[in-house]
Design a protein around this ligand. Structure first.
Ligand code: AHR
Length: 505
């Protein structure tokens, strides 16, 4: 047993919890769309083919925004193939995943799903095989009220009211050699700036996301962001970050400390944005859209699990363990403590493809282990994020060096005084005692739940969909100056407190 201490003080706030921090991502990849959100004829599907069990779990997960339609898919996508009468839509080749795209689900079906699911859409335009003109055509189709070619085309497709999509991504991972239409930072920055300029003339209310690096390990990381923003700083609102985590070699401590990698990735991109702002003497702030993040066992991904040119093949349907859920809960803590700059984040992806929700054709949808820390954080991280500086012993990671054994983040609802503490113990052998000094009012614990501490390799599956669920804990104690709680080895905990009701004299 070892001890970690932290102070929770409502005076030290970082930022309000951004509502779009709890976003997700739906790509035309594998069985995310076909056989995931959309499966006509499935007993759980409505008359439009939308799976209601998936909609129910998406709401329960607390998803606020969804990015669509890719991903690498978008860089070869022709959006007009996916609108209009289904009988007229062509089946096409998706070059990103070497699959056949039936185009029976497209922009208008996605928007119907978004309305039913009560999420805000984020749309990506193709800057791989296409450019300024096509981005404008799509925006005109989606957002222009009527009386022009593309807006009238939308109306002729039965969608009278414009979709009014606010947030648009200017391409996807344009630095990656795997991307169709890969560009240099300067080439992409010029294209992004010109596309942004033209799109804003059609709809000045939109906000735009420029592509950052595909991941922090890209050889051009840092330079790419600077080159893109040198060209596009004045016309974009966000720069994107993508990160997928897995264990490298036998460095389990490094995997458990993935949130530390996320912390420094975010801080590197913030520094680059602010460097460009300073160079330009710009009063604008470009914020960060972490619009793809998750765990992904890329070392097990061969690129294609099924024959090429299949429809909706089973691609990267990773099954997540309890340990993965602990790491994912910790990654959310990293996003929360950077919520002054990361104001959009999308867990990639939503269904089947590296996803918190799984489906099969012959049964109802179920929750993967990673569903649980996400849903609990989305529901209970309310109000403002507090600045917490835990004092913890260190562990040694062969890839990261020394990392803190315990990580802590907290949020507080200023209206009710309710405070939610998120804590992770990364130590594989020892439980930790977390001693919290709570400044201000006395608190009582209203809920203490955790994941981990045991059965770290357990998963949920179609035959055992509820094997892993958060369990409640009584291992906490209210003390005169705060509280203490026990954190089992390799665990994620959420402790909700409320100001203690003072008895009338
Ligand atoms: O989410 C899967 C893929 O990962 C996306 O298509 C791409 O943007 C990223 O490399």
């Amino acid at each position: 047993m070892f001890t970690c201490t932290a102070t929770i003080d409502p005076a030290f706030t970082i930022a309000p919890v951004p509502p779009r921090l709890f976003g997700s991502f739906v790509e035309h990849m594998g069985r995310c769309v076909y056989g995931g959100v959309y499966e006509p004829g499935h007993p759980e599907a409505d008359v439009d083919g939308l799976r209601l069990d998936v909609i129910k779990l998406t709401r329960e997960l607390g998803i606020s925004t969804v990015r669509y339609p890719g991903g690498n898919f978008v860089s070869g996508h022709r959006w007009e193939d996916g609108v209009g009468p289904r009988a007229d839509r062509p089946a096409t080749l998706d070059l990103a995943w070497r699959s056949v795209e039936p185009n029976t689900f497209g922009l208008n079906e996605f928007m119907a799903w978004a309305r039913q699911t009560d999420i805000e859409p984020i749309m990506a335009v193709n800057l791989g095989t296409r450019g300024v003109q096509d981005a404008c055509n799509l925006l005109e189709y989606a957002n222009f009220p009527g009386g022009t070619h593309y807006s009238d085309l939308r109306i002729s497709h039965g969608v009278r009211e414009p979709h009014r999509i606010k947030t648009w991504c200017l391409g996807n991972e344009m630095d990656g050699p795997w991307q169709i239409g890969q560009k240099t930072g300067t080439e992409y920055g010029r294209l992004a700036a010109e596309t942004a300029k033209a799109m804003r003339r059609i709809d000045p209310t939109i906000e735009l996301v420029a592509c950052g690096s595909s991941n922090v390990r890209m050889p051009t990381f840092g330079t790419w962001e600077a080159q893109v923003l040198d060209e596009a700083y004045d016309v974009v609102d966000y720069i994107s970050l993508h990160a997928y985590f897995e264990q490298h070699g036998d460095d389990r401590v490094g995997f458990l400390a993935s949130a530390q990698v996320m912390d420094s990735f975010i801080e590197g991109v913030v520094a680059t944005c602010d460097h460009i702002a300073a160079k330009r003497r710009s009063p604008r702030k470009v914020n960060l859209a972490f619009d793809e993040w998750n765990l992904w066992y890329e070392n097990r991904f061969t690129g294609q699990d099924e024959p090429e040119w299949a429809r909706a093949p089973r691609l990267i349907e990773d099954e997540y363990t309890v340990e993965d859920a602990v790491v994912l809960g910790n990654l959310l803590m990293s996003l929360l403590r950077h919520s002054d700059r990361v104001t959009i984040a999308c867990l990639a992806q939503l269904v089947n493809v590296i996803a918190p929700i799984r489906t099969e054709p012959d049964t109802g949808a179920w929750r993967q282990t990673i569903f649980h820390p996400f849903a609990l954080t989305a529901r209970h991280a309310v109000g403002e994020v507090l600045r917490v500086e835990p004092v913890s012993p260190m562990l040694h990671s062969t890839t990261l060096g020394d990392v803190a054994a315990v990580d802590v983040t907290a949020t507080r609802n200023p209206e009710t005084g309710e405070t939610t503490i998120f804590a992770v113990n990364r130590d594989e052998r020892q439980p930790a005692t977390l001693r919290l000094r709570m400044a201000g009012e006395e608190h009582e614990v209203v809920e203490h739940v955790l994941l981990g501490g045991q059965d770290l390799l357990a998963t949920n599956s179609r035959t055992a969909p509820r094997r892993v669920e958060p369990r409640s804990s009584t291992r906490h104690q209210v003390e005169p100056t705060g509280l203490s709680a026990q954190l089992p080895p390799v665990s994620w905990s959420m402790i909700r407190t409320a100001p203690r009701a003072v008895a009338a004299p």
